[in-house]
Design a protein around this ligand. Sequence first.
Ligand code: SF4
Ligand code: SF4
Length: 314
Amino acid sequence: MSALEDKKKKGLVFNIQKYSVHDGPGIRTIVFLKGCPLSCNWCSNPESQRREPELAFNPGRCLTFSKCTRCLQACLRGAIIREADDSLRIERALCEGCPKHCAEACPSQGLIVYGEERTVDDVLKVVEQDAAFYTRSSGGMTLSGGEPLLQADFALALLRESRRRRIKTAVETCGMVPWKTLEAASEYLNYVLYDIKHMDAGAHEAQTGRSNEIILENFRKLAELAPDRPILARTPVIPGFNDSVEAITAIAEFLRPFPNVRYEMLPYHRLGTQKYHFLDRVPPMEEVTLDKSVMPRLIDAARNILGDRVEIVK
Ligand code: SF4
Ligand code: SF4
């Protein structure tokens, strides 16, 4: 693929976040691509899951009670309904998630459309703004999501073009993608963050909607394909799912043979709950909390197998 063709490739991006220090080495810019093959019950980025643009409505920011009607006038499909008490409701069956209409008209960011078509060149122009920070900190760009490799053509073009521009790259993947996509991406990746959520296929499917066989097989192949490239395997610790010594021990045993793999556990949090409501969805785990006193035991269990390859989240 030529540089010119790559630069013009388009994909659906729902956020570009600068100055991140949590998703790969150094200071990074995270590019969030829309769409995910899994539907994890604990997902804190529900706006990432669907492949199409989505409108979120935050009633706390809306000025409708001050008689603002801008979005009602801007919507060409009559998808915004004003109720008798002046509150707004989105008629989801009519809404097309079009960024240039209601969200652009809203003066208070009460409406946000997640998912905008952007070119590789456009995205990398934003990423390149912080090139000096990457050089000083060994940082770069991380593709995240959703599952960034679901938009395979776009993600691969972003990675190739980053390599041409000497920007170091990382991907945050759930691993549920065709091996040929991961293999093609591997050539352009300096660092990989890879979720391993559970070793039991049935438990995995019950909470994420998909079995873990492809994910585990892809992980093995990826770790062996480039044995010198660092991989950070990550487990979100979810109450009633994998917050047990047995579950973490099984994951750590799986990771043990791969010396290039480090391991991190991320305690469950509910920070994404409100976003489900803004999208008119029910948060699957709204009432659930993690007893964080379990974490030292889980860390010890992982360390018994992986030693100092276990990272501690501060
Ligand atoms: S995203 Fe488009 S269709 Fe949906 S409410 Fe806004 S303007 Fe109407
Ligand atoms: S344009 Fe924004 S502030 Fe005005 S009514 Fe619509 S959502 Fe509310």
